[in-house]
Design a protein. Sequence first.
Length: 254
Amino acid sequence: MTQTDNVVRLVRDVLGDADLVGVYPHGSAVLGGLRPHSDIDLLVVARRPTTAGQRQALTDGLLALSGSGAPGEPLRPVELTVTVQDDVRPWTYPPRSEFQYGEWLREAYLRGLTPEPGSDPDLAVLLTMVLRGGTALRGPSPEQVLDPVPPADVTRAMVAGVPGLLAELDTDTRNVLLTLARIWTTLATGDITSKDAAADWVLARLPVEHRPVMARARAVYLGLAEERWDDLLPQVKPHAQYVVREIDRLSHPS
């Protein structure tokens, strides 16, 4: 079985077929294909809220099934989000998620943290990618399960996530830079693209002095360069600030 198959089996075992509506890929898997540094991104739609025991079981299972992202790790990192169908259909903003596992919190999970339900604006982006991909790993097709998300809510969700991204610029540099590039691209074009496609779009519009940072992030993502930033460190923050100004300009037109 593949790593994705094992994650889907975990979800079925924990939630049970009666409470599982479907499992749907998003992110790189539906936006151009997995790259060397891509996560396995999955959205789970459930029929009813999760219990504390189910959330703990999902966390424990994913710690074993998800790669940490360390060099040489054979497993890809998994990002798994669970939402209840009635919480997103009919669509309302901000949406609510039941559970989210991401490798950026691995150390916290190992210390005993279990993800809790709560408001999750980023679901607007996830659901849009799921619907665009049109793929079900289990259950009905996504258009039978989910309502379309208004473009204005996708914009709101992306912009709401910018401060959190900037807070992680020093610790998750490549991913933050590429996600900011995707946000700028989406706000300008109305389309959610793969991270490398967003990097290409941004590179064509950046001033010369900001291009090396984006070019490095793209190359690392595609497996064409090693993950290092020491030589470009003085340029990373100015690059991010430039992109954020473009995002602000598009999200707050005069």
